[in-house]
Every structure is written in structure tokens, then in C-alpha cells.
Design a protein around this ligand. Structure first.
Ligand code: NAD
Ligand code: DAU
Length: 349
């Protein structure tokens, strides 16, 4: 193999699409997936790549210094694409310390081990930190997040991601570590764990369960098909400038309630139900504390500098996503049995 890259969190939602893209597009590159397999990690997401000659999976915790050191020494990676994280805002409200542990301590541990192993010969090395638009806080009815927007996180999740972003920049400034950052908007697509809005609604529509919309449903998110995020990560990892940050978004804002109604409509058609059947399941429930009103990304920098644009329209992406869940009912049933039921009861009762 000509080079080796580590992808952390590769068994999760976005990580699995990044692994797929790199394993398939770069046969000369050894891709090592480092994942602790928390409730959100699922090797089923990568079953078909299991025996690919340029793919290796290692179960390990990014917070563990000894484990990370021995992996860096064994594989001598040229680059790291860091996605491993606790990623769900609602869980961060219940278990904030888990988010500090993985998102802050885990990231700093990785930065430190990369610095030590690369031993300040950073030539040809790159640490790509995958972050979120939530670090910028909330927009009012107008405006967009740019790379210059001041950080203003509101949830324990976004605060932990903001802290990790600051550490990444601090390692660049203090030690010269070659880093690049991406801050992306809401992703959707296959392999998305059904604690997040879109797959949760798909799951509940299939099972004819209530569709819990927080507050008045007028919160707005900017949705991007996950494969387009993986394409953007590939571009920035290979062509982005050192120490730069790139915002990634879908140019695709939806109020939650409108999005849920669109999902209901598409699912009624696919499941051959009377129009309006699934909408009847919508239930307005208690709001999320500290709920950010609106996210919207200005992605003109990555567009102008690297030529990236989303390639999938929302209607197309949503339709493909629903089809994937309908065709992978076993995947959905496996991840929603056991601990998920407990989580759901706690969160929505
Ligand atoms: P996810 O929750 O689906 O997956 C996270 C993965 O990290 C899982 O496979 C889990 O097992 C692994 N992991 C967790 N703790 C770990 C640890 N201590 N050591 C090793 N592995 C560990 O998350 P996702 O939605 O795929 O998000 C991936 C990254 O992208 C995160 O950093 C998230 O902040 C960021 N992000 C997500 C979105 C989104 O819409 N989902 C948008 C922008 C940015
Ligand atoms: O913006 C990027 C972020 O998007 C990522 O950094 C996070 O990892 C990812 O989880 C996502 O965060 P959100 O909080 O925006 O995603 P979630 O799917 O949890 O919620 C989307 C919107 O839907 C939000 O306004 C809350 C609302 N919602 C969510 C759930 C789970 C509901 O109304 N009902 C629900 O049951």
C-alpha cells in the first residue's frame, strides 16, 4: 500500500460512508477504521467491505492513550480523518460527561498521539477534524454561518464539539500539527441511527407510531445527503489548505414540521396508503431545552476553492433514503431492539 489513513468512528453513520468512499476510490490506500462500537457503531454498515484488501477494522477507544499509541506505532498512518464522537444532542442533555469524555478528551488524546508519533516531521501528514455547524449556535430568521462566524454553542454536544475544534487549532498553532477542519450541517441517508429526526420518523411511520415533533415544529435545519458529505471530506482531506476550515451544507433549509409532512407524503405513496394517513400520526411534544432555532450554512468557500456542490436534490435523497430503510428492515429492527426501547421510553414518555 502506498499510504495508510485512519478513519475514527468509521462504523457510525457518516464514518461508514467515508470508509466506503475511500476503500472504493483509493485501492492503493490502506484504510484503518478505528471504532469503539458504542450503541451508534454498527459493523453491518460495512459488511460488504469486510474482506476488501485495503480495509482493516480495529475496535478501540480513542480516549485510551496506550491503545492509540500502539495503533499509530503499528500502522504509521499518513493521515487521520477524525469522526468518532458522541453525536446526539438529546443524549448530551442527559449524559453531558460522556460527550466531554469522547469529544474533548478523545480528540485531544488523538491530537497528542499524532503529534508524538509524527515526531514533528509533519511532511505529508494531515489531521482532518470533522465537526458541525452547531458550534456556531443559532441563527435568527435570516443569515448564514460562514467560516468567520463566532462560536456560540448551546448544548453540551455542541459545546464539546466547539472545545474539540479549539484544541485542533491550538495543536496547529502550538506544535505546527498539519490540521484541516470541516463544519457540516445536518446529514441524512442510509445507516442513520433512528434516534435522529429523519430515520426516527421513518421507523415510526412504518410502525404506525406517533411522530414526535418538538415544540411548534418551526425549527429549521439545512439537510445534506450523507454521500455528498463524504465527497466533501475526500476533497478537503486531499486538496484543502492546511489550518483552514471549510463549511459544508446542503443549501437546503427545511422547517421540521414541513419536512415531517413531506416524509409522510412520500411514505404514504411508497407504502400505498391513502394520502394523509401518516400525517395523522404527528404529535407535538415537549420541546428540547436550549433548542437552536435555525442552522444554515454558507458553503461558498468549499464551492469556490475546491469546486464542491451537493450532487443529490433533497426530494431524490429523501426518496433514496426511505427506499433504503424499507429494503433494510432487518437493519432497522436490529438497531431498535434492546437498549433502544429503553432510550425511547425515557426520551418520549
Ligand atoms: P454516529 O453517532 O453515527 O457515529 C459515531 C461513531 O463513533 C460510532 O461508530 C461510535 O461507535 C464511534 N465512537 C463513539 N465513541 C467512540 C470512542 N470513544 N472511541 C472510538 N469510537 C467511538 O455519528 P455521525 O452522525 O456519523 O457523526 C460523525 C461525526 O460527524 C461526529 O464527529 C459528528 O459530530 C459529526 N457531524 C455529524 C453530523 C450529522 O448530521 N450526523 C453533521 C455534522 C457533523
Ligand atoms: O447540524 C449538524 C448536527 O445535526 C450534527 O452535528 C449532530 O450530530 C446531528 O445529530 C444533528 O443535530 P440535530 O439536533 O439538528 O439533529 P436531530 O435529528 O436530533 O434533530 C433535528 C431537528 O428535529 C431538531 O430541530 C430537533 C427536531 N426533533 C428531533 C427529534 C429526534 C424533533 O422535533 N423530534 C425528534 O424526535
Amino acid at each position: 500500500m502506498e499510504r495508510t489513513i485512519f478513519v475514527t468512528g468509521g462504523a457510525g453513520f457518516i464514518g461508514s460512508h467515508v470508509i466506503r468512499r475511500f476503500v472504493e476510490s483509493y485501492p492503493e490506500c490502506q484504510v484503518v477504521n478505528i471504532d469503539a462500537l458504542t450503541y451508534a457503531g454498527n459493523l453491518e454498515n460495512l459488511k460488504d467491505l469486510e474482506n476488501a484488501p485495503n480495509y482493516t477494522f480495529v475496535r478501540a477507544d480513542i480516549v485510551n492513550e496506550d491503545e492509540m499509541l500502539s495503533l499509530f506505532e503499528k500502522y504509521r498512518p499518513d493521515g487521520v480523518i477524525h469522526l468518532a464522537a458522541e453525536s446526539h444532542v438529546d443524549r448530551s442533555i442527559t449524559f453531558p460527561l460522556d460527550f466531554v469524555r469522547t469529544n474533548v478528551l478523545g480528540t485531544v488524546n488523538l491530537l497528542n498521539v499524532a503529534r508524538k508519533t509524527w515526531n514533528e516531521d509533519f511532511e505529508g501528514k494531515r489531521f482532518h477534524h470533522v465537526s458541525t455547524d452547531e458550534v456556531y449556535g443559532s441563527l435568527g430568521k435570516t443569515g448564514f454561518f460562514t467560516e468567520e462566524t463566532k462560536y456560540d454553542p448551546h448544548s453540551p454536544y455542541s459545546a464539546s464539539k466547539a472545545a474539540s475544534d479549539h484544541f485542533v487549532r491550538a495543536y496547529a498553532d502550538t506544535y505546527g500539527l498539519p490540521v484541516v477542519l470541516t463544519n457540516c450541517s445536518n446529514n441524512y441517508g442510509p445507516n442513520h441511527f433512528p434516534e435522529k429526526l429523519i430515520p426516527l420518523m421513518i421507523h415510526n411511520i412504518i410502525h404506525e407510531k406517533p411522530l414526535p415533533v418538538y415544540g411548534d415544529g418551526n425549527y429549521t435545519r439545512d439537510w445534506l445527503y450523507v454521500v455528498d458529505h463524504a465527497r466533501a471530506i475526500d476533497l478537503v482531506f486531499h486538496k484543502g489548505k492546511d489550518r483552514e476550515c471549510y463549511n459544508i451544507g446542503g443549501f437546503n433549509e427545511w422547517k421540521n414540521i414541513d419536512l415531517v409532512r413531506l416524509l409522510c407524503k412520500q411514505m404514504d405513496e411508497k407504502l400505498k396508503k391513502e394520502p394523509g394517513t401518516s400525517e395523522k400520526l404527528i404529535a407535538f411534544v415537549k420541546d428540547r431545552p436550549g433548542h437552536d432555532l435555525r442552522y444554515a450554512i454558507d458553503a461558498s468557500k468549499i464551492n469556490k476553492e475546491l469546486g464542491w456542490n451537493p450532487s443529490v436534490t433533497f426530494e431524490e435523497g429523501l426518496s433514496k433514503t426511505i427506499d433504503w430503510y424499507l429494503e433494510n428492515k432487518e437493519w432497522l429492527e436490529n438497531v431498535t431492539s434492546g437498549a433502544y426501547q429503553e432510550y425511547y421510553k425515557e426520551q418520549y414518555s
